[in-house]
Design a protein around this ligand. Sequence first.
Ligand code: PSZ
Length: 282
Amino acid sequence: MNTVFVNGELIDRDKAKIDIEDRGYQFGDGIYEVIRVYDGSTFTMKEHMERLYQSAEKMKLSIPYGEEEFTSKLLKLIELNGIGDGIVYVQVTRGVSPRQHHFPAKDVAGSVVAYTKDFPVPVGQMENGVTAKLVEDIRWLRCDIKSLNLLGNLLAKEEAASNGHFEAILHRGDTVTEGSSSNAFIVKDGVIYTHPVTNLILNGITRRVIESLCGKNGIMFQEKTFSVTELLGADEVFIASTTSEVMPVIEIDGKVIGEGKPGAVTKRLQSLFSERIGIETR
Ligand code: PSZ
């Protein structure tokens, strides 16, 4: 059985219903999180839940449960569905009300949905690396909010995927911001560079884990913007997300990065990352 969480109830997926006037459905007026599950245990769940509540605050959206209660509901769902390696997806919208742009009255409750999915660790791609395409970043100026409005991200990903690439690496003019669904990093002369946490990127949880691993292991990590030219001339490039972990990028727009295979710093981070997963999900 596949159980889903809909507005406080755990029900069979086939019985789940969403109102056509849900503001998430009509406007993308909501927020979401994707949380990793390894061997039945969540990874960095607290950080994801905190970010969900932060996104809610930035959107002036109220989540109908407190963080602890919500977390335990999600843990129960993971257990019920017997998830080993997978994800739990959770979204909160501004609820159901007659279609109008301005917010509904305060007493309209937000809609909450969560479901789980099996998702194996992409070992092959992590070992061999993936290719990417540069795409102009045409998104709005609040990319720090994990909002359901993903059209800019989707158009970019589609442009990359339809050309056979794993990811679109976005740039605003000459400055690389992030991937369409990942953060982007370069390695130059042993130093890792990534876009600072601003309104122009999502403050990735995986990015934060990487930053902490670097700090603990003497790897130089700098939050500093880099250009498209610096990206293409980097020794190593990798992207990071909840499901991609530390993913080497070996070619961008047909140009080989470094030696055209996952680099030493990227591989070291991958192994530190796996170690961290082992510690946290013990
Ligand atoms: O399964 C998937 O395809 C996933 S799971 C998470 C993401 C994709 N992407 C998260 C993300 C993002 O959408 C953007 C625009 N920037 C950065 C990230 C990385 O965030 P974390 O590390 O929190 O997943």
